[in-house]
Design a protein around this ligand. Structure first.
Ligand code: HEC
Length: 153
């Protein structure tokens, strides 16, 4: 009984004497976070959208339609910018003039993935070039990553 009564008294006291937490704490935590994010982002590669969970992704069913929509007018039958064709799986895997752009099993290091994610240092490698064709959405980039990670079948 005594204990309860004294708890009660303390509670009463806290209610009357503890002032409301002022807002500025939240604001300064937020600005500190922004600052840290800024510092951390300054020198790291931008993050790529994550690979889609979908199983059994294939070029013909899942990837070809995306490349036909956004890429093959410059990397197809008529034009082969950077000597790269993306209209068939074989051509895509063969790569560009001097390098592979798809590394089966390793989407994160594949130049094609970095290009469509705007994650290369050189902005002229960002694909498609600004305003020239429809960009791939993060979900579509995720599908391309899943395809490559699953072996680019
Ligand atoms: C309007 C024309 C155009 C479109 C559309 C286009 N590209 Fe390109 N692409 C280029 C040009 C031009 C280059 C060469 C850029 C450079 O080397 O600076 C290039 C280079 C690349 C490279 C780098 C090759 C290398 O070895 O440097 C990749 C990978 C690539 N494109 C993929 C794509 C993909 C994937 C798409 C579709 C999402 C796409 N491109 C759409 C014009 C285009």
């Amino acid at each position: 009984m005594m204990c309860l009564a004294s708890n009660c008294a303390i509670n009463q006291q806290m209610k009357t004497t503890t002032p409301l937490r002022p807002l500025p704490t939240t604001a300064s935590v937020a600005s500190l976070c922004l600052l840290l994010v800024g510092i951390c982002n300054a020198d790291v590669t931008p993050t790529l959208p994550p690979p889609t969970q979908k199983e059994g992704v294939t070029f013909d069913r899942d990837i070809q339609p995306l490349l036909a929509r956004s890429c093959t007018k410059c990397h197809g039958e008529e034009k082969q910018k950077a000597k790269l064709r993306l209209d068939t799986r074989q051509d895509a895997l063969r790569g560009a003039a001097d390098e592979k752009v798809i590394l089966p099993g390793n989407s994160a290091e594949s130049l094609l993935v970095k290009a469509i994610s705007k994650a290369t240092k050189e902005k002229d490698e960002w694909m498609p070039p600004a305003g020239k064709a429809q960009e791939l959405s993060p979900a579509e980039i995720g599908l391309v990553r899943a395809w490559i990670d699953q072996g680019a079948k």
